[in-house]
Design a protein around this ligand. Structure first.
Ligand SMILES: NC(=O)c1ccc[n+]([C@@H]2O[C@H](COP(=O)([O-])OP(=O)(O)OC[C@H]3O[C@@H](n4cnc5c(N)ncnc54)[C@H](O)[C@@H]3O)[C@@H](O)[C@H]2O)c1
Length: 393
């Protein structure tokens, strides 16, 4: 069977989730091509093999420029901070590699556009890790909407609320415009823009009423480099520096099918740790999803007799009926965060092998549409005005 040599660039939080996915995928799925964990690349100059040995990568590197050009590499998997997505992706594309990149596709719209154009010219295959599409409950919502279970969608409410960013967290790249592009917006709204585009099958046509706020304007600078990423423990020094991105950004929107929508991203929404989800109200029914109860999808079928209408909690773990479930455990032996990534690794391998993914997989072009929405909301927040997506190219 054909093998795909993968190079992972970045060894932080996402470095771990992706390494886990590449190492687990063939234990649960039978993809049409097999991944080989060839090289992982990070910044541990003195100890380059700590991560690769732990996660099962054959080789280790601290030089991404060299790694992405290795002739034996087929797929470059980018899990670095946002500002590095474009340079790594462009170098990999130039070397003729397929690329899978963490979200958002880039820190800026211009970088994202350059990545799309380069990939299209080089005719390489691209993928973006909008992993929440691959929760069985979200994939089921996509299928229900496609099968017209909701009728015409009138309202979309999307939220991604976290609460980790208090004063104790130092000035890591996520709080710096040059590192991240934006704050909670590009980090969290990116996911729910993608998720709602995916589930509704519609595009966002206009943004209005965007408001952004940075509550904590100065943070302690880090000492040393966070070679293992934020999760590996970074240390706050004594001096402080300015936070140059939002802590929260909210906006209103219109969808191409006529629905009106609200989006909320926040990093200081106390009590909400990773609460991302959506509510859709249609003429024939409604859906609700909340990642903190990720195995469940709430469905209201308004075509049933009024006497028995009510919310149904669907446990999305039934093999054969629920996307991806047949590859995992018996009914209600529930899935977790890592399964979305393993499901995505499978779909990437299927596409590389010339097959269809289980549900649509975002490529650079698709992720660029999400980036345009992010950009439109930034303009709306800065200029206090509605922004048509047709203005944002
Ligand atoms: N899909 C998701 O749900 C999700 C969740 C978290 C993060 N992300 C995305 O993943 C990406 C990485 O985020 P993270 O949380 O893993 O960050 P992180 O800070 O934990 O890790 C970043 C890694 O990049 C490495 N790096 C930085 N500069 C490098 C260089 N020059 N050469 C080699 N390695 C370098 C760091 O050493 C670190 O290992 C970001 O784009 C982020 O938006 C996605």
């Amino acid at each position: 069977m054909r093998e795909i040599n993968v190079a992972l660039i970045g060894e932080g939080f996402m470095g771990r989730t992706h390494s886990n996915a590449w190492s687990q995928v063939t234990k649960f799925f039978k993809p049409s091509v097999l991944p080989v964990m060839h090289t992982s690349c990070g910044r541990r100059q003195g100890h380059p093999k700590i991560f690769s040995n732990h996660w099962g990568w054959t080789h280790a590197s601290t030089n991404w420029e060299h790694t992405v050009r290795l002739p034996e590499i087929d797929l470059v998997d980018i899990v670095t901070p946002n500002f590095m997505h474009a340079p790594v992706a462009m170098a990999a594309i130039e070397a003729g590699k397929n690329v899978s990149c963490e979200k958002p596709i880039a820190g800026t719209l211009a970088e994202a556009r350059a990545m799309v154009e380069a990939a299209e010219q080089a005719r390489v295959q691209t993928f973006v890790w909008y992993n929440y599409r691959r929760c069985p409950a979200v994939a089921l919502a996509h299928k229900l909407v496609k099968d017209s279970a909701l009728g015409t969608i009138r309202h979309v409410r999307a939220f991604y609320l976290q609460d980790w960013a208090d004063e104790s967290i130092p000035l890591v790249w996520r709080f710096q415009k040059e590192g991240a592009g934006s704050g909670a917006h590009g980090d969290l709204n990116a996911h729910i823009i993608d998720m709602t585009r995916f589930v509704t099958g519609e595009e966002i046509t206009e943004i209005s009423g965007a408001v952004a706020e940075t509550f904590i304007k100065q943070r302690k600078k880090m000492t040393g480099t966070a070679a293992g990423g934020i999760a590996a423990g970074v240390h706050a020094g004594e001096s402080t520096g300015p936070v140059t991105v939002d802590d929260t950004l909210l906006f209103l929107a219109r969808f191409s099918g006529g629905a009106v929508a609200s989006f909320e991203a926040a990093r200081q929404a106390t009590g909400n740790q990773n609460r991302n989800g959506f509510e859709l109200n249609g003429t024939k029914g409604s859906l609700k999803f909340d990642f903190e109860r990720m195995n469940e999808l709430q469905y209201y079928d308004a075509t049933r007799p009024r006497a028995v209408q009510g919310w149904t909690t669907i446990m999305c773990t039934h093999g054969g009926d629920h996307p991806y479930a047949e590859h995992w455990w018996p009914d209600a032996h529930t899935l977790g965060y890592e399964h979305g990534f393993i499901n995505q690794a499978y779909d990437i391998l299927q596409v590389l092998g010339g097959h269809e993914p289980t549900v649509p997989l975002p490529d650079f072009h698709d992720a660029y549409q999400t980036q345009r929405v992010l950009e439109a909301a930034l303009v709306s927040a800065a200029e206090h005005r509605p922004v048509a997506l047709s203005e944002v190219r």
